[in-house]
Design a binder for this molecule. Structure first.
Ligand SMILES: Cc1cc2nc3c(=O)[nH]c(=O)nc-3n(C[C@H](O)[C@H](O)[C@H](O)COP(=O)(O)O)c2cc1C
Length: 418
């Protein structure tokens, strides 16, 4: 028999815990996002389809990106037990200076298209979090304005060596003058990848108004108000070089770049130099032998060659070849702090986030980028604590097994079976 009683008011009152309503709509929206995927959902709701798809999409069948994300999902962690790790230290040293977290913001072109605060939001959020920010050659905020947004923290500059070499050399000089500490030379864009979503959406840079874009704009008035009432969207660091946006974009992709260009740029650049877009063990070894300061294993977030090697799978092979002392970074597919912890365990010195940053930006400007960093930080700290490690240096390959859904069965692909 269940014993019953009259409800007691004081017991009822104990259960009532009404929270003060959050009046700041942006904060309310962002606080409700618990994962990067939640930020992506908000971003999709708030951003015109063509701009969202430009960010979210990848090349051809988008297999590279899907596989890279799956590779991170397929991580199995191996925790140690009864190893006190009350205070977790997530800081590391990267390219001669500290970073509070083992990731930085990757270079992304046309960032103010996603949300008008663009690179300023990224650079100032990175400054507040104590992590590096990378400005793209095709950025929509100039080198000098990024420096103003992040005057004390670390700024890196991503270089496309353009058909007209002098344009790129001019950018290298400006970035050096502005005190950027690292130059990231991207080498995986001999031509533009085929972004089919962009073609289907009739997407163009700069954006053009069509019946479709106008209809799509109706539920997203704030993006359009921002777009129409803030400075013109352009490749800000290139605005003085002449040429339309389309011509500049075209000039940024050059199939003739080679090791000679790397030599020339190294001669011009006073700081650290990193090559981004490395996709096999031999190239990694060659670059490290040549004495570059770091390499980024990346397939450009799946936006260039589709069915490219999965950078996270390449990582242990490259680290085995070039040794633990070389600076090996990895990107493509990072959606969770656990992805970053797994990368560090397998020997990555550092990681970069592209879309995770842009989803936050689209979801809520600067505060949205802060939210991205906060989510990743708490996931990193939680994963480390659950693994029983208190510093990044304690992470080792034995903490991770890479489960494979995709097992190579043949072909001549050089690294697949190393
Ligand atoms: C919208 C967008 C624009 C990008 N623009 C550039 C660029 O201008 N230069 C570059 O080196 N990489 C560019 N990337 C690639 C990123 O630097 C990075 O390699 C990639 O986003 C990592 O994958 P993730 O988005 O899954 O984190 C871009 C990526 C995205 C999503």
């Amino acid at each position: 028999m269940v014993q019953r009683q009259l409800p007691k008011v004081n017991e009822l009152l104990e259960l009532m815990r009404f929270k003060k309503p959050e009046l700041d709509a942006r904060k309310r929206r962002l606080d409700a996002a618990l994962t990067i995927a939640d930020l992506r959902t908000i971003a999709k709701r708030r951003t015109p389809k063509a701009a969202f798809d430009y960010t979210d999409g990848a090349a051809e069948g988008e297999f590279s990106l899907g596989r890279a994300r799956r590779a991170f999902e397929d991580v199995e962690f191996h925790p140690d037990i009864l190893r006190p790790a009350a205070d977790v230290d997530t800081s590391c040293e990267i390219l001669g200076a500290p970073s509070a977290l083992p990731f930085g913001i990757a270079p992304t072109g046309f960032t103010r298209l996603m949300q008008t605060e663009g690179e300023t939001a990224g650079a100032s959020a990175a400054a507040a979090a104590g992590i590096p920010f990378t400005l793209s050659t095709l950025g929509t905020t100039s080198i000098e304005d990024v420096k103003a947004a992040n005057p004390v923290g670390r700024n890196w500059f991503q270089l496309y060596v353009m058909r007209q070499r002098e344009i790129s050399y001019g950018l290298v000089e400006r970035a050096a003058r502005a005190g950027f500490d690292t130059l990231m030379f991207t080498v995986d864009t001999p031509i533009a990848g085929a972004r089919l979503r962009d073609k289907r959406n009739g997407f163009s840079i700069p954006p053009q108004l069509t019946v479709g874009t106008i209809v799509n704009a109706i539920p997203r008035p704030w993006w359009w108000i921002d777009f129409l009432t803030t400075p013109k969207l352009e490749f800000a660091s290139l605005s003085t070089t002449g040429g339309t946006v389309g011509e500049l974009l075209n000039a940024a992709m050059d199939p003739t770049i080679g090791y000679d260009d790397l030599d020339i740029i190294r001669g011009m650049w006073p700081g650290k130099i990193v090559v981004k877009g490395v996709q096999n063990v031999q190239d990694a070894a060659r670059l490290v032998d040549l004495g570059v300061d770091g390499i980024v294993l990346s397939n450009h977030g799946g936006r260039q060659l589709d069915r490219a090697p999965i950078p996270f799978h390449l990582l242990p092979k490259v680290v085995r070849e070039v040794g633990k002392d070389a600076t090996v970074m990895v990107d493509t597919g990072i959606m969770n702090g656990a992805d970053i912890v797994a990368s560090v365990a397998l020997g990555a010195t550092f990681t970069l986030i592209g879309r995770a940053y842009l989803y936050g930006l689209m979801a809520g400007g600067r505060q949205g980028v802060d939210r991205t960093i906060a989510i990743l930080r708490s996931e990193i700290e939680r994963t480390m604590t659950l693994l029983g490690v208190s510093s990044l240096a304690e992470l080792e390959p034995r903490h991770v097994t890479q489960l494979t859904r995709l097992v190579p069965v043949g072909g001549q692909g050089q690294d697949a079976r190393v």
